[in-house]
Design a protein around this ligand. Structure first.
Ligand code: NDP
Length: 433
């Protein structure tokens, strides 16, 4: 905190992990030797750069670009790029730090990183987005590569942006390799990658529910956000006969107590991915309830899946959810629940999964995309989906193995300890570097 006083999100993420591994370190003090914790907390490398581009009016715009290469003990740096006006070094450091632990849980050989820019794609033309992506990559390309650092998408970086970024990378490097994931199917992408985070989240929830002899069918599920993660979490919940009762964006929340229909979901997909419109239009098109500035957590539900952004669910929201009988919360976004909210869920004894475990499906399938690129091969939808499902079950087992407390599972402790052991073992074996 003294070294980087202006990075509250990083302190929050680091504090959560250090707190939950403390009992393990007491039992196994060899894991706190050799400056291991200090090294894990310090990024291996931070790259910050100017991104100058020309808008449609011919004006020069200047944004700031970043890549945090956090830890490569287990494999190449891997993690998304976020384009959002709130992006700063502290937020990217928190995301990169979480990513290291998440990637360790996937069972795949992936290190952790994160990057992005304070560029806001909202309201920009396609050509402006393309020029920005090209300018961004004209610096980033020096620092990444299939065996070095493999970026993917995140908030504000979807299929369109990955295409523009990868196109520039390929041109500058004059090579066709898996240096980015989330690519389109026609140029090296993997089947199931767009679906992976949302599907994986719901596979994880199924495993959580089994520990209480419950199933998803018939459950009311409140989802926040309406972007990539929210869209496919909703699709999988609906496929498994759950009722998705809310969706949202940064302007407001749509509520459908009967559960969104397939037709409404298809409308959402076109609205958000093609027309880039607001969620209020879904409400208008189907006569559904819409509240500006409302959060999904105020509406009755059995399961809550926060899938929008960090710290979107606070202690008051947690109390409201508990008061309404919600018995399971699984994070689709990264760190959407504040520490106080997590405390409430854990004190109430409901099922709670942190994002680094429950949303790891996206990076897992990115890892599978890298494997397919290396082999110059494409697995079928069924093959990738089955591997994703197996990985989510394996992550759930790891959480149980290290987080079982009596007849319930502390998923926060379980995920953090399982990941920490893997990272620490890799770092200790490789000496002080
Ligand atoms: P998208 O950009 O596709 O969607 C983000 C959604 O969250 C949009 O509905 C957006 O609304 C909403 N949102 C963003 N910021 C805010 C805010 N400050 N307040 C309220 N709503 C907000 O991103 P993704 O779906 O890819 O990512 C969502 C979360 O999941 C992030 O935390 C990301 O880090 C995490 N994640 C994503 C993975 C992936 O594979 N994509 C993998 C693992 C985690 P609006 O359009 O109004 O801004």
């Amino acid at each position: 905190k003294q070294r980087d006083p202006d990075q509250p999100e990083f302190h929050q993420a680091a504090g959560e992990i250090l707190h939950s591994i403390a009992p393990f370190l007491e039992k196994c003090p060899e894991y706190s030797r050799n400056g291991l914790l200090e090294r894990i907390l310090e990024p291996e490398r931070i790259i910050q750069f100017r991104v100058a581009w020309v808008d449609d009016a011919g004006e020069v715009q200047v944004n700031r670009g970043y890549r945090i290469q956090m830890n490569s003990a287990i494999g190449p740096y891997k993690g998304g790029l976020r384009f959002h006006p709130t992006v700063n070094l502290g937020i990217l450091k928190f995301l990169a730090f979480e990513q290291v632990f998440k990637n360790a849980l996937t069972t795949l050989p992936l290190g952790g990183g994160k990057g992005g820019s304070d560029f806001n794609p909202k309201g920009k033309s396609d050509l402006e987005v393309m020029r920005f992506c090209q300018a961004f990559m004209s610096e980033l390309y020096r620092h990444i590569g299939a065996d070095v650092d493999v970026p993917a998408g995140d908030i504000g970086v979807g299929g369109r942006e990955i295409g523009y970024l990868y196109g520039m990378y390929r041109k500058l490097k004059n090579e066709v390799t898996g240096a980015m994931t989330g690519k389109g199917l026609s140029y090296g992408g993997s089947l199931i990658r767009p679906e992976a985070t949302g599907y994986g989240l719901v596979y994880f929830v199924e495993e959580m529910l089994k520990t209480r002899s419950k199933a998803l069918a018939g459950c009311r599920v409140a989802i926040s956000g309406s972007g990539n993660v929210a869209q496919y979490a909703a699709a999988k919940v609906m496929e498994l006969d759950g009722l998705v009762v809310t969706l949202s964006d940064s302007s407001g929340t749509v509520h459908n107590p009967d559960g969104f229909t397939q037709e409404q979901w298809e409308y959402l997909m076109a609205l958000k991915n093609q027309r880039r419109g607001r969620i209020s239009e879904l409400a208008e098109a189907f006569g559904l309830a819409y509240e500006t500035d409302a959060r999904p957590w105020q509406f009755p539900c059995d399961i809550a899946l926060p899938c929008a952004t960090q710290n979107e669910l606070d202690a008051d929201d947690a109390e409201t959810l508990l008061g309404n009988g919600c018995f399971c919360v699984a994070e689709g976004a990264n760190m959407p629940s504040t520490l106080a909210a997590v405390d409430r869920f854990q004190a109430a004894g409901i099922l709670f999964a942190p994002g680094k475990a429950s949303n790891a499906g996206g990076v897992a399938v990115s890892g599978l995309e890298m494997a397919q690129n290396s082999m110059r091969h494409l697995w079928t939808e069924g093959e990738v989906d089955a591997k994703l499902h197996d990985i989510m079950i394996a992550i759930h087992h790891a959480c149980q193995r290290h987080g079982q407390k009596g007849d319930s599972v502390d998923y926060v402790a379980g995920a953090n300890i399982a990941a920490f052991i893997k990272i620490a073992d890799a770092m200790q074996s490789q000496g002080v570097v």
